[in-house]
Design a protein around this ligand. Structure first.
Ligand code: NAD
Length: 266
C-alpha cells in the first residue's frame, strides 16, 4: 500500500515507534488518526508534527472495547473512511519469572498486547473491507519467536499476535485487505518506563546497540509499501530468528545468560 492520501489509524502514537510512524506517515502524504492512552504523549506527537495538520488525536485505551467502537465512528466522522490500521501499542511486563509475576500484571500484559490488537482488528476490519485497498499491520516482537526469561507472558501475548496476524493474512488472501506482521528486535525507546517497569538492561543492550525508533518506523512503512507479510526490524531480530530455527537450545541459552543478572537465578 502507498500512503499518499490514505487514512491510517496508528495505536501507541504518543511515543517511540508509533510516534515516528505518525510523523513519517504524514511526510508520506497520509491522513493519520493517532491513538494513545497517554494524552501528554499525543500532545508531544502533535508538537513534533508542528500542529495537527492532517492528523486527528484520540485518547483511548485499546483494551476498552466500547471505546474502540466509538473510536471507529469518530475516525470515520473526522476522516470519511479508514484505509490502514497499524496496531503498535504495547507494554512489557516486569522483569520477573512467571511464578513471581502477579495475576494483575499477567492480565494487563495480555490485555494490552493481545486483546488490544484483537479489539482494533475486529472493529476496523469491516471499514477496511469497504475500501478499494486496505491494510492491517500488527507489531509483534522478536520475543514472539525467541523466549526471553523474565518476559514470558509478554512473549506469549506477542506470539498470539503473530499467529493471529498470519491467520488474518490467510483469511484475507482473496480480499482487498493486505496484512503485515512486524517483528522488531531491540529498539531504543522508553517502553520500560511507559510500561511502569523498572529495568536495567544488560550491558550492550537497549540504548547503546539498539536501532532508533525513527529507523524502525521507516523499515515498517517500507515493508508495508513493498507488500511484505513479515517485516523483521533490526539485525538482532534477523540473526536470532535464524539462530532459533537452526539451534533452538543454544539461542535460548544465549538469551538466558544475558538475562540472568536482571531476573535472578532461582
Ligand atoms: N522497544 C523495543 O525494543 C521493542 C521490541 C520489540 C517489539 N516492540 C513493540 O513495538 C511496539 C511499540 O513499542 P515502543 O518501544 O515504541 O514503546 P513506547 O512505550 O515507546 O510506545 C508505546 C506507546 O503505546 C502506548 N500504550 C500503551 N498501552 C496502551 C493502551 N492500552 N492503549 C493505547 N495506547 C497504549 C503508550 O502510552 C506509548 O505511548 C510495542 O508493541 C512493543 O511491544 C518494541
Amino acid at each position: 500500500m502507498k500512503f499518499d492520501d490514505k487514512v491510517v489509524v496508528v495505536t501507541g502514537a504518543g511515543a517511540g515507534i508509533g510516534q515516528q510512524l505518525v510523523l513519517q506517515l504524514l511526510e508520506r502524504g497520509a491522513h493519520v488518526a493517532a491513538v494513545d492512552l497517554r494524552e501528554e504523549g499525543l500532545e508531544e506527537t502533535v508538537s513534533l508534527a508542528e500542529g495537527p495538520g492532517r492528523m486527528t488525536v484520540h485518547q483511548l485505551d485499546v483494551t476498552d472495547r466500547e471505546g474502540v467502537e466509538a473510536l471507529a465512528e469518530e475516525v470515520v466522522e473526522r476522516h470519511g473512511a479508514v484505509d490502514g490500521l497499524i496496531n503498535n501499542a504495547g507494554i512489557i511486563q516486569p522483569f520477573v519469572k512467571i511464578d513471581k509475576l502477579d495475576f494483575e500484571d499477567i492480565d494487563r500484559v495480555i490485555n494490552v498486547n493481545l486483546h488490544g490488537p484483537i479489539n482494533m482488528t475486529k472493529v476496523f476490519l469491516p471499514l477496511l473491507k469497504e475500501r478499494p485497498q486496505g491494510h492491517i499491520c500488527n507489531v509483534s516482537s522478536m520475543g514472539a519467536f525467541l523466549p526471553v526469561p523474565g518476559q514470558a507472558i509478554y512473549g506469549a501475548a506477542k506470539a498470539g499476535v503473530s499467529l493471529m496476524t498470519e491467520a488474518l493474512y490467510a483469511e484475507l488472501m482473496d480480499s482487498s485487505v493486505s496484512v503485515s506482521l512486524v517483528m522488531p528486535g531491540a529498539i531504543a525507546t522508553d517502553i520500560a518506563s511507559n510500561s511502569g517497569v523498572e529495568a536495567v538492561m544488560p550491558e550492550g543492550d537497549q540504548a547503546s546497540s539498539s536501532m532508533g525508533a525513527d529507523e524502525a518506523a521507516e523499515c515498517v512503512l517500507e515493508g508495508i509499501e513493498k507488500g511484505r507479510l513479515h517485516i523483521v526490524v533490526g539485525s538482532d531480530a534477523r540473526l536470532m530468528r535464524l539462530a532459533n530455527r537452526i539451534a533452538p537450545k543454544k539461542s535460548i541459552r544465549l538469551i538466558q545468560r544475558q538475562m540472568k543478572d536482571l531476573i535472578g537465578g532461582e
